[in-house]
Ligand binder design. Structure first.
Ligand code: 13P
Ligand code: SF4
Length: 338
């Protein structure tokens, strides 16, 4: 049982880290009791927590050791000396950490942490594409299963897709980019490539980012002159046309840090807006956001459960032959992104 003194000290620690009432779905003492127990168990069990920026602030600021976008977290996971990684993100992120750390135990605390992009394509689909377009390199967004990564030549994240595709186009006239058709079309536009001709796309999409509305952006722009509008690269092209900046979550944080707009309209998952408000308390934000049901299936309670009594089905496993092949395509990303 946590004592009153410990509880007060934990609340102070959370507030010093930037958490404040109003940015969480419940009261400070309830959050503090859970974060206190989780942080103690983490030390006892030599465990680290990777938290994607779409997680809730109580997870990010209360128990996260590594915080960032999918590229940073994959990279961070390679550097830890912990025995156990709890991945607060979605399953493909946990799989990537497991592939990079075969000797460590990796858990994703919810069995519902899927991803509509990852679920849009199977390894068999990729094999069929490769038969249909023989010789074309397969460049694959990280939001895919280990099986799909194993069939790919190189993985990319939203932080490096453009620069890695440029490198591929130095050697190849055409390539296959899977599975996000919107990101593929956005990249084609930036690179001056023609979808279907220079870049073969799959029909996957993100359930969060495919549903924003460009007309609403126009209304905000009219109402708030000076607003900078930022959208994730998974959004459809009509949204991207209407914004000032397209990128991954890490790129968007850099953009906010380096610019001085009167306000920022954030077109992405809601957790990003919550994080931005805490990270940049002096800046103004409107989050035109949608919740990712997969990301939001992670809670402090299910993180605690993994530490106290891990359910075997929450441990991430990847068959070793798949892991070896998938690691090759992930390592290629690290090499080209460096
Ligand atoms: P980032 O790598 O930009 O964080 O994107 C991950 C993701 O799932 C976005 O929906
Ligand atoms: Fe997948 Fe979209 Fe959720 Fe990201 S926001 S995890 S792409 S469903």
């Amino acid at each position: 049982m946590i004592t009153g003194t410990e509880l007060n000290a934990e609340i102070k620690r959370l507030m010093a880290g930037g958490l404040r009432a109003g940015c969480m779905a419940r009261q400070f003492p309830d959050v503090a009791e859970l974060t206190f127990r989780i942080n103690n168990l983490k030390k006892e069990k030599n465990t680290v927590i990777c938290a994607h920026v779409y997680q809730t602030p109580d997870i990010i600021y209360g128990v996260g050791d590594f915080i960032g976008d999918s590229y940073k977290l994959a990279d961070d996971s390679r550097k830890t000396r912990a025995d156990v990684i709890i991945f607060c993100g979605v399953h493909f992120m946990g799989e990537t950490a497991k592939i990079l750390n075969p000797g460590k135990k990796v858990y994703v605390p919810s069995a519902n942490a899927g991803c509509s992009l990852s679920e849009s394509i199977t390894a068999e689909d990729v094999r069929k594409l490769k038969k249909r377009y023989p010789g074309l390199p397969v460049v694959t967004y990280i939001n895919t299963s280990a099986d799909v990564k194993a069939e790919s030549d190189c993985i990319v994240t939203s932080a490096n897709a453009e620069s890695i595709l440029r490198k591929f186009y130095e050697k190849h006239e055409r390539l296959i980019f899977i599975p996000d058709r919107f990101m593929g079309m956005n990249l084609a536009k930036v690179l001056g490539k023609i979808p279907g001709k220079d870049i073969i796309l799959w029909q996957g999409s993100c359930v969060v980012h495919e549903n924003f509305d460009a007309k609403t952006i126009a209304v905000y722009r009219r109402n708030y002159p000076g607003l900078a509008v930022l959208a994730h690269a998974e959004c459809p092209s009509d949204i991207i046309k209407a914004v000032d900046f397209m990128g991954g979550t890490g790129d968007m944080l850099n953009y906010i840090e380096k610019t001085n707009a009167s306000g920022y309209l954030l077109v992405t998952e809601c957790g990003f807006g919550e994080l931005a408000r805490i990270k940049f308390p002096e800046k103004n934000f409107i989050a035109m956001c949608r919740l990712c049901p997969y990301m939001k299936s992670i809670t402090l309670e299910n993180i605690l459960e993994v530490l106290e009594n891990p359910r075997p089905e929450l441990e991430v496993t990847v068959p070793s032959d798949i892991a070896v092949q998938a690691k090759r395509s992930i390592e290629k990303m690290f090499e080209l992104a460096a």
